[in-house]
Design a protein around this ligand. Sequence first.
Ligand code: CU
Length: 146
Amino acid sequence: MPLRVLKTALALATCSALTAFAAVRVHPNTEWRAAVAGKDGRKVTGTASAKPTADGTGTEVVLAIDGDTPGATRPWHVHAGSCTKAGPVLGGARAYAPMAIDGKGRGSATATIAAALSDTGSYYVNIHDATAAMGVIVACGDLQKR
Ligand SMILES: [Cu+2]
């Protein structure tokens, strides 16, 4: 048997084993958490968490930050990718109500999105400057599986 064919057979066997293992986990219930940090010298800090909805088809996301500009309104989303490798918004941007920053520079927000996070995916929480300046990122946090 040529080596290349053998390698392919081994790769397929490995994939099958992983698929079988994943199928056993009926309720993976993976929770994710992120430490949010300001970009470009901003003093924003915060936390975000994400967990599957009860039926497993969606995701509940909770975000809280401190140290932001009082009175600002920040659009935010979970994106696929990471803070250093940008990707698309998860679950549609309309599922995320913009976050109001109070007089003390604090803001909190929740969203229930119609998308599940994959155990093998990578995701981050992205806080944008304003609807008129979506390209400016105020703060960001990579979601890590707990
Ligand atoms: Cu976004």
